[in-house]
Every structure is written in structure tokens, then in C-alpha cells.
Design a binder for this molecule. Structure first.
Ligand code: ADP
Ligand code: MG
Length: 353
């Protein structure tokens, strides 16, 4: 198992007009041996470029990439001991499943008897025992993605890199494969970096999330840390629906903060990150409740019934607010009704504007 470290890595491209594009801007993070790290962020934020620099397909304009404390920026991809799984599976159509998986081993001049053993074993790991003779075209999308994963795993790379490997699969398969990938990565005990724009994938898979925005790192943390303690409105919104309210900070205590929302006083566990900044109060839909009393008044605009919970969209003086309501549902609450909204102070957050 290996560790990986990026230190002040930047990549500047020239666009077709010759203008400089800073695709990756001074990015630093580290990956512990066996850790599963996700690069998460909107399209164009520099995730793929970062991954390609780790693989060696792009050379950083600045900075260092250390694999087991050795700077690899001058080392070509095939000598880096990394393997990549792509969104388009990239299987060879004229080879059967076993031949596809064996390809990298042949290139590395592994003896044929060892190849056979390794291929058989890895097919078992990805749940495709007995599929070796089939052409890739006879497999479902999910099965093809597993072959692609097996092909990357079989060469026993030190670092496994994924670039949005599930985006071509339908929703159900994506959920299944998400759990499969996590299981296999833990079973093989490999260090992995996974690129996605999908927060659910990032939350499910990651030991650590590196959230990116405009080529820069916005926040690094465990899924819980980023979801529960976002450092910015961007981070809070990227991790899931959240409502913002203007807030007055009354008093900062050691481990909690006294705040005022529309005149009502609460003590919440969240702490402001610095003294001079502007803040808002952030409440996830599950952190609000509809009540007969409460600091925010509004009118129910839409109720969306989703079976195990409902979403209430409420017009307020602070804009539209979404409240998640669990059963049993109050049948007196209907569209057009005037209600109050109260916060659940335990999970309310102070967020930097
Ligand atoms: P992501 O994977 O997060 O969607 P990318 O790393 O692919 O983002 O791209 C980041 C930025 O760099 C984008 O603005 C993209 O247009 C630009 N970019 C990526 N590759 C090149 C390239 N080879 N030449 C010029 N610009 C590029
Ligand atoms: Mg990309």
C-alpha cells in the first residue's frame, strides 16, 4: 500500500485563442495508504486534470506529486504503478473478457500460467466468475464496468484512479456498483482516488472528500465533516439542499454560539470560523420543522409526497424554504395554509457568506 501527496500542484493550459486557463490552481492534499479519496466538484473544476497529473498523462505546470515520498512528475505513466478506470469502459471489442483482463499482464510479460490464475481470481473478486469466454458486447453495462475494474485491479497497481466510472449506468446499477466498488477496494486494500460530480457517490464511497471549485480546493474532510461543517455556502449547497437565513450573532461561547433569528434567541453548537466575516444561518430541510410558533412565517406553496417523507416548499420573507417532514403527516397542512417554521438548533450551522 502506498501513500500519495500533492504539494502546490497547478496546471495551466492554453485555450484555442492562446489564453491561459488555470485548470488546477495550487492544489495540495494527501492520501493515506489504503484510503479512498474522492475529488468532488462541478463540471470544469479541474478534477480530471488533477487525476491525469497523478496518472502521468499531464505534467503539472508547478508543484510536486509524491508517491511513497518520491516526486513522480518526471516519471512516465507506465512506470508509475497507477491504473485508471474510465467512464467509457474502454474494453477491446475483439477480445473476450479474460483476454481483456489479461492484456496488461501480457504487456508486463507475466508468465501465461500466472496470467490464467490471476485472471480467474480477479473475475471472482468482481463477481464475474465463468464470464471469461464471453465477448464484452454480450455483457450489460454494469458487467462491462466490472470487467474494466478487473482489468485495472489485475495488474496490482499501487494507486487505483477512477474518472466518473459510473456515469454511463442507469440509476439502479449505479447504486449497486457504488457499493461493489467500495467493497472491492476495501477487500483488495488498495489506495484509490475517485473523481465524481455526484455528491451521493462521494458520500457513500469516500474516507475523505476533496471538494473543488474553479481549480482550487474549497474544503477537505470526511463526508460527515463536509456535510455537517461546510466552510462556505458553496460547500453547504454542493453537499445537499440547504436553506439560508440572515442571522445575528449574540455571543460566542467556547463550544457554541448564541444567535438571533428574526428576534428569537437560540444556542447552537456551530461556531463561526473567524470574527470579521459575514455569516448566514444554514438549515438543511431535515433541520427545520413546521410549527404553530416559530421565527419564520410563510405560506405552503407545494407539498411533494415521496412516500417515506414529504417535502414542503414554503414561501417566506427570506425566499422559498424547503422543509422535510417525516410521517405521520399532519393532514391539516395543505397548500395555501399559513404556517410558522422553527429550527432544530442542534443541527443548525453558521456558515460564512
Ligand atoms: P472536470 O473534470 O472537473 O470537469 P477538467 O479537469 O476536465 O474539469 O477541466 C478543468 C478546466 O481545464 C476546464 O476549464 C477545461 O476546459 C480546461 N481544460 C482541460 N483540459 C484542457 C486542455 N487539454 N486544453 C485546454 N483546456 C483544458
Ligand atoms: Mg472530468
Amino acid at each position: 500500500q502506498v501513500s500519495l501527496k500533492l504539494i502546490n500542484v497547478s496546471k495551466v493550459f492554453k485555450d484555442f485563442k492562446g489564453n491561459e486557463v488555470r485548470a488546477v490552481d495550487n492544489v495540495s492534499f494527501d492520501v493515506q495508504p489504503g484510503e479512498f479519496v474522492t475529488l468532488l466538484g462541478p463540471s470544469g473544476c479541474g478534477k480530471t486534470t488533477t487525476l491525469r497529473m497523478i496518472a502521468g498523462f499531464e505534467k503539472p505546470t508547478d508543484g510536486m506529486i509524491l508517491i511513497n515520498n518520491v516526486n513522480v512528475v518526471e516519471i512516465p505513466p507506465w512506470k508509475r504503478d497507477t491504473a485508471m478506470v474510465f467512464q467509457s469502459y474502454g474494453l477491446f471489442p475483439h477480445m473476450n473478457v479474460a483476454e481483456n483482463i489479461a492484456y496488461g499482464l501480457k504487456m508486463r510479460k507475466v508468465p501465461p500460467s500466472d496470467i490464467e490464475k490471476k485472471v480467474k481470481n480477479i473475475l471472482k473478486v468482481v463477481g464475474l466468475e465463468g464470464y471469461g469466454d464471453r465477448p464484452p458486447s454480450s455483457l450489460s453495462g454494469g458487467q462491462q464496468q466490472r470487467v474494466a475494474l478487473a482489468r485495472a485491479l489485475v495488474v496490482e497497481p499501487s494507486v487505483l484512479l477512477f474518472d466518473e466510472p459510473l456515469s454511463n449506468l442507469d440509476v439502479l446499477l449505479r447504486e449497486q456498483m457504488r457499493i461493489e466498488i467500495k467493497r472491492i477496494q476495501k477487500e483488495v486494500g488498495i489506495t484509490a482516488i475517485y473523481v465524481t460530480h455526484d455528491r451521493t457517490e462521494a458520500l457513500t464511497l469516500s474516507d475523505k472528500i476533496v471538494l473543488m471549485k474553479g481549480g482550487k480546493i474549497e474544503q477537505i474532510g470526511s463526508p460527515e465533516e463536509i456535510y455537517e461543517k461546510p466552510v462556505s455556502k458553496f460547500a453547504a449547497e454542493f453537499m445537499g439542499k440547504i436553506n439560508f437565513f440572515p442571522v445575528e450573532i449574540v455571543e460566542r461561547l467556547e463550544d457554541r454560539t448564541v444567535i438571533k433569528l428574526n428576534g428569537q434567541v437560540y444556542t447552537i453548537p456551530s461556531l463561526p470560523t473567524s470574527k470579521s466575516e459575514k455569516y448566514v444561518l444554514g438549515c438543511r430541510p431535515e433541520g427545520l420543522k413546521i410549527a404553530s410558533k416559530g421565527p419564520v412565517k410563510g405560506v405552503i406553496k407545494t407539498i411533494v409526497y415521496l412516500g417515506n417523507f414529504s417535502e414542503y416548499y414554503i414561501d417566506t420573507e427570506f425566499g422559498e424554504v424547503m422543509v422535510k417532514v417525516l410521517p405521520p403527516f399532519d393532514t391539516t397542512l395543505s397548500e395555501g395554509k399559513e404556517v410558522h417554521i422553527d429550527i432544530v438548533p442542534e443541527i443548525a450551522k453558521i456558515i460564512q457568506e
